[in-house]
Design a protein around this ligand. Sequence first.
Ligand code: KIV
Length: 275
Amino acid sequence: MYAGATETRSPPITVPMLRQFKQDGRKIVAITAYDASFARLADDADIDVILIGDSLGMVVHGKRSTLSVTVDDIIYHARSVARGSKRALRIADMPYATYPDPKTAFAHAARMIGEGECAMVKLEGGGPVIESIRYLVDREVPVCAHLGLTPQSVLRLGGYKVQGRGDAAAQALRDAARAAQVAGAEMLVLECVPSPLAAAIQADLAIPVIGIGAGAQCDGQILVCYDVIGISSGRRPRFVKNFLLGRDSVLDAFKAYVADARSASFPDAAHEYAD
Ligand code: KIV
């Protein structure tokens, strides 16, 4: 049984390093993790960013959506991840309905940073959420925005579908991405959007754009850790790849994911959405 963090060679990832990676053309590799053991493996594989995602509601708790995840759930898992990870930058997901206005967002985000020992929080959506991003950034809470398919919108969207198709939807996404950057977001996750649109947003922004189902031209990639090793249940989205196939260990699978994402050989056409 694992009891602590291992020594790693690379220095801990800081918020300013993320933008520098983009400037240097070095791809950022991110993964979700929910416990100390997976966090340690992520560090050992040289993964840059660990997201304590509200996906834990589905992949850990077995729910049908992320909507029932609470701030306490994220903090519980984030503290476990913090015990396993010494290098990766840790991002806490703000759960559904925990950022209806800037002040409430700040109260919950401050807990993610303080009790959850994370360096950044992630908020889904544009529109009114932009004001909360600005409010958090002004109060020293680094923010990652999340646009495209935002799983917390599943009830309104009626399912998990590709976003940004058609001129109007693409323009709205480009505008929201710019607004998030202007509000002070340090990074943007783009989920399930056609690759040409993601590439245009990547080129538009100075902040790194991390894709999940958004093509290889993003500044980095993120995947759910259980998808990387092929143990997620249910319908497998197109962007998912099982890196454990043909390999002997979870660590080797994580290392293969890092190598392929850094060299932009993942995602390839089989894992992307066209216009
Ligand atoms: O909760 C999560 O795992 C996420 C990623 C899919 C980006 O938000």
